[in-house]
Ligand binder design. Structure first.
Ligand SMILES: C[S@@+](CC[C@H](N)C(=O)[O-])C[C@H]1O[C@@H](n2cnc3c(N)ncnc32)[C@H](O)[C@@H]1O
Length: 336
């Protein structure tokens, strides 16, 4: 029966081979197949010509992807976009960059997961010879993909977060490791009197400037290039970090929080936006993102108790955890 629950064997086979689908999506993104179909359906031979690929092999890729509703094949053998394929268009906020990034450095690093489990160290460093953010700062194309992938992957969290968390009363918000400014842009649009500081590594700040300009918030948003391991910029009454803390070890997080603690005013707020790990067997994407953190930057996802302890060590009190309709919560802290 079609709606019968898969057997444990079927479930396991599906999981063991799930990278077949992932890599097929990656190749479809690399070849920009979705963009080639946006003006109408095409046969595999036409697509093969446009992508300089082998027609039969490309047809087989499209057929397999159509079997899971990424593209669909009509009776004339032409391939069409589907709602999932549309998400692979190379446009702002799509999953295009996520599919590119996951199939390149992430895939290679996950291939060495055993190294991370044996040593507790990032497989990325083992393969690429240096930490991921150092590597990205030397690889401009991949760094642009990374920034765009962050928007694609975490994009829906932004609106959910600013709906769930009330920023009223914050005069200057510092986004520490704010990346391409996607979060700040939305917060500033929603809070017209607010000012902000975007703080990130030099190359990232250079790329973010034009996004702040085109979003019309550059006049209210100062940009500062620097490392959160060296210092945090003074002048904010709230310090926000989305998907920063989970990138790093407890010791490194302590350094970051201590720098913020030095500059945050008494009435200031610390806003860490992360997934909070639920106990034991509860299914949760955060438990997989946690492994991604182990393999790539060497960080981890944490439980509420672990955040509470980390805050206390750095001179903050965990005030409350504000859930959002997405996976992330706002973990609010106050200096003590
Ligand atoms: C996972 S991304 C999150 C970006 C952004 N907060 C968001 O939610 O879209 C991590 C960010 O940390 C930045 N970063 C890494 N190392 C840094 C450092 N030492 N100092 C400042 N920023 C850093 C990266 O450039 C990147 O923008």
């Amino acid at each position: 029966m079609a709606d019968q629950k898969p057997t444990p064997r079927q479930q396991l086979i599906q999981m063991i081979t799930s990278y077949w689908t992932a890599q097929s999506i990656h190749v479809a993104a690399k070849l920009k197949l979705a963009d080639l179909l946006k003006d109408g359906p095409k046969a595999a031979t036409q697509l093969a010509q446009a992508t300089k690929t082998q027609p039969q092999a490309l047809y087989r890729l499209l057929r397999a992807l159509s079997s899971v509703e990424i593209f669909s094949e009509d009776e004339q053998g032409r391939f069409h976009l589907t709602p999932m394929a549309e998400l692979l268009l190379d446009v702002h906020g799509s999953m295009y960059a996520v599919a590119i990034m996951m199939g390149d450095e992430h895939y290679r690093s996950w291939g060495d997961l055993l190294h991370s489990v044996q040593t507790g160290k990032p497989a990325f460093d083992h393969i690429y010879g240096k930490p991921v953010f150092d590597w990205l700062s030397e690889h401009t194309e991949q760094a642009k993909i990374f920034d765009a992938a962050m928007t694609g992957f975490h994009g829906p969290e932004t609106q959910a977060m600013i709906d769930a968390y009330d920023y009223t009363g914050i005069n200057t918000l510092v986004d520490v490791g704010g990346g391409n400014g996607t979060v700040l842009i939305e917060v500033l649009k929603k809070n017209p009197a607010m000012k902000a500081i975007l703080y990130d590594l030099p190359g990232v700040i250079d790329r973010a400037k034009k996004d702040l300009e085109s979003a019309g918030v550059a006049a209210r948003c100062q940009t500062i290039a620097g490392s959160f391991f060296e210092s945090a910029p003074p002048g904010g009454d709230a310090y926000q970090m989305r998907h920063i803390i989970h990138d790093w070890t407890d010791e490194q997080c302590h350094t970051i929080l201590s720098h913020i603690r030095k500059v945050i005013p008494k009435h200031g707020k610390l806003l860490v936006i992360e997934m909070v790990i639920k106990l034991r067997n509860e299914p949760q994407p955060a438990k997989w993102l946690d492994l991604n953190m182990l393999v790539l930057p060497g960080g981890r996802e944490r439980t509420e108790a672990e955040y509470r302890e980390m805050y206390a060590k750095a001179g903050f009190r965990l005030e409350r955890v504000v859930p959002t309709p997405t996976e992330v919560s706002v973990i609010e802290g106050r200096p003590v």
